[in-house]
Design a protein around this ligand. Structure first.
Ligand SMILES: C[S@@+](CC[C@H](N)C(=O)[O-])C[C@H]1O[C@@H](n2cnc3c(N)ncnc32)[C@H](O)[C@@H]1O
Length: 222
């Protein structure tokens, strides 16, 4: 059985998120002792934010060139993640063909704009979903909560991109997690989403028997 899973971050900038993913992936691999292996990919222009496309990109809060990456410095910092440089509207097009990644299981969205998040979702246009995705995915959406002045909502930014995606997509739906909401000790509980790939051939395979075992093992990691 394939035990490799890919993790993707959209929006890397200085690499704090991506290096944290590298660290945690290695820790989980060691802990599960060969039970799982991760591939890690990070998408970014390498030049900071592009020009905003519209008001839905929140130009009152974000502007072009913000979060510019020092590419060489970051490459030296990374231990295993692959950087995919260019505008995601282009790099998402041939990602699967070019990199032939292990099935994607988790995606971190931190490209700030409505338009960039919309273009990240182009990965879901892939037709070979069994080859390139797990049937259900964990998503982290960075820009759905913020300071008062950011004023995110369902008519702008990432939340609008999610709403539009769900409207146009029949087979895949993205929604806020419900189970973590009940936890008091988890800061990111409003930013963890799930994607259900309802047309995935493994979508209905029963995983209940494995679930208890995996939760027990992950609890020991804390
Ligand atoms: C807030 S920063 C990411 C911060 C990062 N996740 C961290 O942990 O520090 C947003 C990044 O998204 C990238 N970005 C935004 N729109 C993009 C696009 N259309 N294509 C590629 N990268 C984009 C910018 O270059 C910028 O580096």
């Amino acid at each position: 059985m394939e035990k490799k899973v890919s993790i993707i971050e959209f929006g890397v900038a200085g690499g704090n998120g991506l290096t944290a993913v590298e660290y945690l992936a290695s820790k989980i691999e060691q802990h599960l002792n060969g039970g799982i292996e991760f591939e890690i990919y990070g998408f970014d222009t390498g030049e900071g934010l592009p020009e905003p496309e519209s008001k839905e990109d929140l130009p009152y809060w974000f502007e072009a060139k913000q979060y510019k990456m020092d590419v060489e410095k970051l490459k030296n910092r990374l231990t295993r993640a692959k950087l995919i440089l260019g505008n995601v509207k282009d790099t998402s097009e041939n990602f699967f063909k070019k990199y032939n990644p292990a099935p994607v299981g988790a995606l971190f969205y931190d490209m700030d704009y409505h338009s960039s998040t919309r273009d990240c979702f182009k990965l879901f246009d892939e037709s070979e979903i069994e080859k390139f995705f797990l049937p259900r995915l964990y998503l982290y959406m960075d820009d759905v909560i913020g300071q008062d002045i950011e004023m995110y909502g369902e008519f702008n930014g990432q939340l609008l991109a999610i709403k539009d995606f769900n409207q146009r997509s029949d087979g895949i739906k993205i929604h806020l997690n419900q189970n973590l909401l009940a936890r008091n000790n988890f800061d990111a509980k409003h930013q963890i989403y799930y994607a259900h790939l309802f047309n995935h051939l493994q979508y209905s395979s029963f995983v209940g028997a494995e679930e208890k075992d995996i939760s027990q093992q992950l609890l020991k990691l804390k």
